[in-house]
Design a protein around this ligand. Structure first.
Ligand code: HEC
Ligand code: HEC
Ligand code: HEC
Ligand code: HEC
Ligand code: HEC
Ligand code: HEC
Ligand code: HEC
Length: 373
């Protein structure tokens, strides 16, 4: 449901930043995945190069203990494993002359649409989105993949339109049911929500691993594991991507492979709040970002192997790694001025949350600034 069309609410967020130097703003994902070596969403490696998260867990216990609880790890499932569907066995929605139902019984979810005269049903095959915000389903008909026109939203515990594809007036029940997803789009969709879904440039729904797991970020691990087992540690370290070694702009682009980089958004010509949900774009448009600084990359605030922190005070130390407090003077190490208004819970005022009505949810604006004025 998301890709980048998700983001239409152009009016809520204030003015756009001026142009920045390109090097501080990284690169487009399409260019990154052409480069040598691994980059998230690249689909060139063969299936046999992937070993699965259980293999990584043998040696990297701390990472493996917490990562499966993140919403990234749980962001896709086969429909029969979707908690949302299991916990809501009878979902329904009425829209004009069309009625929608999703009925889950015995591990099978059937999606039915009717205009009162004709009924069309399909078994759901995939559930995308963990349901933290929402979940959209994919189903197959006549050998083609479709995206459901209805999605589940957690804040209303029910169905509403799948954003960006809300047809004003479907011509018939088929159109009212959903939208065909062609192969290139399916590769992108599964590429951001699953691991090893595209191998040797071909979509492989039968062997993918649901969710964003170790190898979706670090790349296929077979060579790494083999080299470690033969005590070739140097070679092993070369065989996986350690994002810690990336410069700040590349580090943000790394997350931007799925969350959309500054250039991805710029090349797609998305402006204003159209880009609210691209955190890399918004963040790099902040004055805090400047020319790029490791203290303000995504991983400075989010530990990708753990669920995100929801307590605002826990982000204060990040801000105060650059901003002086009280009357202290600005220095090279602390280039930011102090706040005269408050000394704690900085993000509550400087990273406001905006309601996106059709998402039935609020999203955090990563363009750090003095509120809308
Ligand atoms: C470029 C990567 C990318 C592509 C392509 C993509 N998504 Fe997503 N999707 C994301 C990210 C990142 C999020 C989380 C966004 C956030 O919370 O800021 C997300 C969130 C979602 C959610 C949760 C609700 C929400 O909007 O937060 C659903 C459902 C979803 N995507 C479905 C899909 C479907 C279905 C497709 C393909 C038809 C798709 N996405 C394609 C990256 C992608
Ligand atoms: C047999 C044990 C073993 C397995 C299995 C294993 N690793 Fe490692 N990994 C190591 C060791 C040892 C290091 C080197 C640690 C060091 O240099 O301090 C390492 C280092 C790494 C690094 C850092 C590389 C660097 O530049 O320093 C990453 C990232 C990594 N592993 C990811 C993974 C992933 C992902 C998997 C699963 C696909 C995996 N590992 C499986 C033992 C293992
Ligand atoms: C392979 C694609 C991919 C990459 C790479 C990726 N993400 Fe995500 N991320 C997602 C998707 C998809 C979601 C949506 C999860 C959902 O709600 O279903 C998400 C959600 C999140 C969330 C919200 C999680 C929560 O607990 O609510 C955070 C925070 C996040 N990502 C941070 C990061 C950071 C930091 C990086 C870089 C280190 C990163 N992501 C890289 C795909 C990715
Ligand atoms: C969403 C992307 C993402 C996923 C999924 C992910 N990692 Fe990482 N991993 C990172 C990033 C980013 C870093 C660098 C963190 C930093 O710079 O603080 C990292 C660092 C590491 C390191 C090196 C730590 C160091 O100190 O250099 C290891 C080992 C590792 N991850 C293992 C794993 C394992 C095992 C899994 C699966 C259980 C996993 N990762 C899943 C993004 C990810
Ligand atoms: C200066 C700290 C900071 C940085 C840097 C940062 N974030 Fe966040 N992020 C936050 C805060 C604070 C929240 C809201 C947490 C909450 O209330 O649950 C958040 C929430 C999120 C969410 C959940 C969805 C939402 O809109 O609330 C995602 C996804 C996310 N961040 C991704 C990223 C990515 C990707 C990057 C890198 C471009 C990044 N963040 C950089 C502080 C930061
Ligand atoms: C990498 C260092 C760094 C980090 C981390 C950082 N900032 Fe900044 N911030 C700066 C710099 C440098 C400026 C520009 C200062 C100036 O021009 O006086 C700035 C400017 C600001 C401004 C004024 C912006 C404007 O558009 O006028 C606010 C508000 C702000 N920061 C708040 C925060 C908050 C809140 C956090 C944590 C969520 C944070 N900063 C994290 C370096 C940082
Ligand atoms: C209750 C809301 C609130 C909180 C919490 C808050 N601020 Fe502010 N901040 C403001 C307002 C309003 C302004 C603009 C008024 C002003 O400049 O005095 C501001 C201004 C700033 C500026 C710009 C100063 C300048 O001279 O341009 C920075 C930097 C800043 N805050 C950083 C922080 C940091 C860091 C924290 C956490 C330690 C924080 N703020 C907490 C409301 C807040």
């Amino acid at each position: 449901m998301v890709s980048r069309a998700f983001v239409l609410g152009v009016l809520l967020v204030g003015g756009l930043p001026g142009p920045r130097t390109a090097w501080a703003q990284g690169m487009a994902t399409a260019d990154r995945i052409q480069g040598p070596g691994w980059w998230p969403t690249q689909g060139t490696s063969p299936r046999k190069d992937y070993v699965g998260a259980a293999a990584c867990a043998r040696c990297h216990k701390p990472h493996a203990a917490t990562q499966p609880a993140t919403s990234m790890a749980r962001t896709a499932a086969r429909a029969e494993s979707s908690e949302v569907l299991r916990e809501h066995p009878a979902l329904s929605f009425q829209l004009g002359r069309y009625s929608y139902r999703v009925d889950t019984r015995g591990g099978q979810s059937v999606y039915t649409v009717t205009d009162g005269t004709r009924f069309i049903s399909a078994s759901l095959s995939w559930a995308l989105g963990v349901g933290r915000v929402g979940q959209t389903w994919l189903f197959e008909r006549d050998g083609r993949l479709y995206e459901s026109r209805m999605s589940y939203y957690d804040s209303i515990k029910g169905l509403d339109f799948t954003p960006a594809h809300a047809l004003p007036a479907p011509r018939d029940v088929e159109e009212a049911m959903g939208r065909a997803v062609d192969d290139p789009e399916a590769r992108r969709c599964f590429g951001c929500h699953t691991t090893a879904s595209t191998t040797e440039n071909a979509l492989d729904l039968a062997h993918l691993v649901s969710g964003v797991t170790c190898e979706a970020c670090h790349g296929p691990g077979a060579r790494h594991v083999a080299a470690i087992e033969q005590d070739r540690v140097g070679e092993a370290r070369q065989a996986v991507l350690n994002p810690r070694t990336l410069d700040p702009a590349a580090s943000v682009d790394f997350c931007g492979a799925c969350h959309a980089t500054w250039w991805d958004v710029t090349l797609a010509n998305e402006t204003g709040i159209a880009a609210l949900r691209s955190q890399p774009y918004r963040l790099e448009s902040s004055r805090c970002w400047g020319k790029g600084d490791a203290r303000i990359t995504c991983v400075a605030c989010h530990e990708p192997h753990r669920p995100r922190e929801t307590e605002p005070a826990l982000y204060d130390t990040r801000c105060l790694s650059c901003h002086v407090s009280g009357k202290a003077a600005v220095t090279r190490e602390h280039p930011g001025r102090a706040c005269t208004v408050a000394t704690a819970r900085c993000v509550t005022c400087h990273m406001p949350k905006y309601d996106v009505p059709w998402m039935h949810s609020k999203f955090t604006d990563h363009r750090i600034r003095v509120g809308p004025r």
